[in-house]
Design a protein around this ligand. Structure first.
Ligand code: F3S
Length: 408
């Protein structure tokens, strides 16, 4: 298949915009050939991965090479959480050598002009796409939110290709950039009466496990479903399966006022009722038999200000147990806002550690010797046992607070 390139893209390939862009567009063009793309698509923004835990030394080499070649982002680009708390990594016993490697990635991203947000919720600011925007994002949960809830267009851009997209402003036009590939293919019928916050994670987990790479259209969610509920549902579905786009009848932009199936019949129908939810909760909780929880984490995906407020309220007259670590994750901006509003003080006074710009899943948490984690995130619970060899107890936010604290 022949790949059509615009005049500007040919100039990039010739090196007329510098060696950095030339190197990056060569990678984009090679991938476009491999994917049999007919053309590249111009993107409005990128969201890239730069956590050392996933990129390793090869990722540092790529980023530093781009810096040496003089590359700079051509479109606004944000960055996913780091593998360490960038402000306070020593408090988490991160080895110096590991921290230094993450810092090299930080320096490289700064030099490339990447916005230093270090968060997986860039769509809450400072990288907010509009419906229909073509973007090239990594981070499966952010991809899911941008595609599904906002109606922007992106594939799950792999690490390395994300930064090349930011530098060139281009990505191969395949997959979810094409309207015909965005129609729903599987109907998910939710038959639950009162859907609680944790149920959204669990629904996402079941959807991901069941539909794989298909595009689910979800029916039966209440109109009151919040953006945070969908953030958690999408994160779980992207983690237990490969769901990059889902539609919710009457809620998400490509399922409101239009047929989300694009005139076709769904390939199959999946029903989720109370019994499926309870069974999935049991499966996710690998550590249900564990005698002791060592660490409790909340904030996957990163918490927004409303979620911090609600968690803060749960800590009134409570104190974290002596033999438990209680960590919550958010970005710096939300933490700072929460300090101003007085939400952080009760948490810190109760013994909670507020960790910014990172998260448990992508940090080297296993070196700290924890055996069993409790979390209210299906994504985190799905990854931690395989990634960090720990048991997991999956429970609601309220149950997590109850289990990790005493009344004072
Ligand atoms: Fe975000 Fe880390 Fe969870 S990057 S989605 S908090 S695994």
């Amino acid at each position: 298949m022949e790949l059509y390139l615009t005049g500007e893209e040919k100039q990039m390939l010739k090196g007329e915009f510098g060696e950095g862009i030339k190197f990056a567009i060569e990678i984009i063009v090679n991938i476009a050939h491999a994917l049999e793309a007919r053309e590249l698509v111009e993107i409005k923004s990128s969201h890239i991965l730069a956590h050392y835990g996933s990129l390793h030394d090869a990722g540092i080499e790529l980023m530093e090479k781009l810096v040496r070649l003089g590359a700079r982002c051509r479109v606004p680009a944000t960055v996913d959480p780091a593998s360490i708390d960038l402000e306070n990594w020593k408090a988490y016993q991160i080895p110096e050598e590991y921290a230094q490697k993450q810092m090299r990635l930080c320096d490289a991203t700064k030099n490339l002009g990447v916005i230093q947000n270090w968060s997986c919720i860039p769509y809450q600011g400072p990288n907010i796409p509009k419906p229909g925007d073509n973007i090239a994002w990594a981070e499966s949960s952010a991809v899911s939110f941008a595609n599904s809830v906002i109606g922007a267009r992106t594939n799950r851009t792999p690490a390395g290709l994300d930064v090349c997209a930011a530098i060139t402003g281009r990505i191969p036009k395949v997959g979810l950039y094409l309207k015909e590939n965005r129609a729903g293919t599987v109907l998910v019928d939710i038959k639950l009466k009162n859907i609680k916050n944790l149920d959204y994670h669990t629904i996402g987990y079941i959807v991901g496990k069941t539909v794989g790479v298909e595009i689910p259209v979800i029916k039966g969610l209440p109109e009151t479903v919040t953006a945070n509920n969908l953030k958690c549902l999408g994160a779980a579905a992207a983690s237990s399966g490969s769901v990059a786009l889902y539609h919710v009848y009457g809620v998400t932009p490509e399922a409101t006022g239009v047929d989300p199936f694009g005139g076709k019949k769904p390939k199959k129908v999946i029903v989720i009722s109370e019994s499926e939810i309870r069974e999935a909760e049991r499966k996710i909780s690998t550590g249900a038999h564990s005698e002791k929880v060592d660490i409790i984490t909340l904030g996957c995906p990163h918490l927004d200000i409303d979620e911090i407020k609600e968690i803060s309220k749960l800590f009134v007259n409570r104190k974290v147990k002596k033999d438990v670590e209680f960590w919550i994750y958010t970005n710096k901006e939300n933490r700072d806002k929460a300090i101003e509003k007085g939400y952080i003080k009760p948490l810190v006074e109760a013994g909670v550690k507020i960790s910014v710009q990172t998260c448990a899943t992508i940090s080297p948490i296993s070196i700290l010797g924890f055996r069993c984690m409790m979390t209210d995130s299906a994504k985190c619970a799905n990854i931690v046992p395989t990634e960090h060899g720990m048991e997991v107890i999956y429970a609601s936010t309220e149950e997590c607070v109850e289990a990790g604290t005493i009344t004072v």
